[in-house]
Design a protein around this ligand. Structure first.
Ligand code: 6PG
Length: 216
């Protein structure tokens, strides 16, 4: 069984669509994958903003993915209680390493402000060293979110960043030039315990300038 955690936002929709089309072609309902989330907005599951809703619409309903393999963050519940519940789900379901749950695969995006998951610049959640999931607040919308913490994110066997679009050019440049372990750029704090982080950046978000990166 492959334990995978997915981020939300607009970027991963192309991945979900490609996955859905490929699985349909193979007659595969992805029953070998257990679906978790890196973060979720505190909204009902049928909300346009829900990260679950995006995956459900594009993938789960199309492929009839087994319900028992979908570990949704319950965005409609009391955030603080749901963060505790989801942490327990991860501890009860996933293998552990260094005291934290281990995902086989974990997908991340990057916001224009350098946030990743729902870990925002200079936020206290960046310093969380004990809990596996916490409540954060989006500075843009003021809405609460539930997010995995850095100890869990960094514990994944494979961490994959997906970054596309011209609006990400500036943040990609910043991450290349100044991003090593900078709390004002949370994506730069993601350091794999197993050593491998993969960045997939499309040609529009990338640039031709010298890449003296210490992040990529
Ligand atoms: C979320 C995501 C978030 C996202 C970035 C990039 O719930 O919004 O988990 O971390 O990955 O904000 O979002 P876009 O892909 O929409 O640019």
């Amino acid at each position: 069984m492959l334990n995978a955690a997915f981020s939300g936002g607009s970027t991963p929709s192309f991945l979900f669509k490609a996955l859905s089309n490929e699985a349909k072609k193979r007659g595969d309902n992805l029953s070998g994958v257990r679906f978790f989330w890196v973060d979720e907005r505190c909204v009902p599951p049928d909300s346009e903003e829900s990260n679950y809703n995006q995956l459900n619409t594009i993938l789960f309903s199309a492929l009839k993915v087994p319900e028992e393999n979908i570990f949704r963050i319950l965005g409609e519940k009391i955030p603080e209680k749901e963060a505790v519940r989801y942490s327990k789900i991860m501890y009860d379901t996933l293998p552990l390493r260094s005291g934290f749950p281990v995902f086989d695969l974990l997908f991340l995006g990057v916001g224009n402000d350098g946030h990743t998951a729902s870990l925002f610049p200079m936020s206290r959640e960046l310093d969380e060293k004990e809990k596996a999931a916490v409540v954060s607040v989006s500075p843009q919308s003021g809405r609460k979110r539930i997010t995995l913490t850095l100890p869990v994110i960094c514990n994944a066997d494979r961490i994959i960043f997906l970054v596309t679009g011209a609006d990400k050019r500036e943040i990609v440049r910043k991450l290349c030039k100044h991003g090593k372990g900078d709390p004002s750029l949370p994506a730069s704090l993601v350091r794999s315990q197993t050593g491998s982080i993969e960045w997939y950046v499309d040609s529009v978000a990338w640039s031709s300038w010298e890449q003296d990166s210490d992040v990529f």
